[in-house]
Design a protein around this ligand. Structure first.
Ligand SMILES: [Zn+2]
Length: 306
């Protein structure tokens, strides 16, 4: 029998190609915000392909339900969002139009962070005159390291539920993350000692959980009502608070109107500082660890500079 060496070579080459193909990620994850993309990345590594619907430069309250987002959600095995109505202006539309049953229910591939931690500031009653108030409590929960710990455990369970074959990997990644996160949290708590009791003005309630963790106190808001831009008369009220209450700092993030913060800085002797808010919010905030470290370093830097 004559062996066709060319065919053998081709066969061997194809076999090698199959063997060296990179392992395909098992789960497609759609994260509403960069912080949840980052948390999923920590817990799942190369077992998932992650898409973040928003960047740190976008206000997560106000996103357009673009066709590209609908297409991404259609292919998702897991959707991870803040929940508690943070995304109420765009997520329901994506859920409806993508028509992906796998990610419509929390029993399956839908994970709302706010379902797994206690939300602060749940209003007793809400009416329209209050603006875009968060009626289910403050959904910006990722800025509290303790809540991130709870979220990591719950999200890791969800990954194992959806992809049980890799459950041991998710478990070991969780353990590794929690060890590093706990060490970092202890450091942050130490660094926060000197910030306790510091009064700040901020834009919206975006940093509520960060201030809670650091022992700081937000005594005024640049927004007259949630979701509304600052007005001159409102800023005069805030100026009065700064003068009467020994406020030390004005805080805002990249997608918020910096003019109001700068105006207040010019009218008083306190500094304003732009914080990253989420992963990617500045060049240094490349993951959840550096995001938290940046918040503390920038706040301390701005306080020391005045
Ligand atoms: Zn909000």
């Amino acid at each position: 029998m004559r062996i066709n060496f060319n065919s053998v070579l081709i066969c061997l080459a194809s076999l090698a190609a199959i063997i060296t193909l990179p392992a395909k990620a098992e789960l497609n994850v759609f994260a509403c915000e960069p912080e949840y993309a980052a948390l999923t990345q920590e817990l799942a590594g190369d077992k998932v392909t992650i898409y973040s619907a928003t960047t740190a430069q976008q206000d997560p309250h106000f996103i357009q339900a673009r066709p590209s987002l609908i297409a991404k959600m259609r292919r998702a095995d897991l959707v991870v969002c803040a929940g508690a109505d943070l995304e109420i202006g765009w997520l329901p539309m994506l859920q409806m139009k993508s028509n992906n049953r796998d990610v419509q229910s929390a029993d399956k591939g839908l994970f709302y962070a706010s379902d797994h931690v206690q939300n602060l500031d749940i209003p007793v009653s809400v009416d329209r005159s209050m603006g875009d108030v968060h009626s289910l409590g403050n959904p910006h929960v990722h800025l509290d390291p303790t809540r991130i710990t709870q979220l990591a455990k719950a999200l890791s369970n969800k990954l194992s539920q959806l992809d049980s074959e890799n459950s041991a990997i998710y478990q070991s990644k969780l353990t590794d993350f929690l060890t590093r996160w706990q060490q970092a949290t202890t450091q942050w708590q130490g660094q926060a000692q000197e910030l306790k009791g510091t009064k700040v003005i901020a834009y919206h309630s975006s940093f509520r959980y960060l201030f809670e963790f650091l022992g700081m106190q937000q005594v005024g808001d640049l927004e007259p009502k949630p979701g509304l831009p600052p007005t001159t008369s409102h800023l005069m009220t805030v100026l009065d608070i700064v003068e009467k209450q020994q406020v030390k700092l004005v805080v805002y993030t990249g997608y918020q109107d910096e003019k109001a913060a700068h105006w207040l800085q010019d009218k008083t002797d306190i500094n304003s500082v732009q914080l990253p808010y989420t992963v990617g919010g500045n060049e240094q905030a490349t993951d959840l660890f550096s995001m938290m470290s940046q918040h503390i370093a920038l706040i301390k830097g701005a306080l020391a500079a005045q």
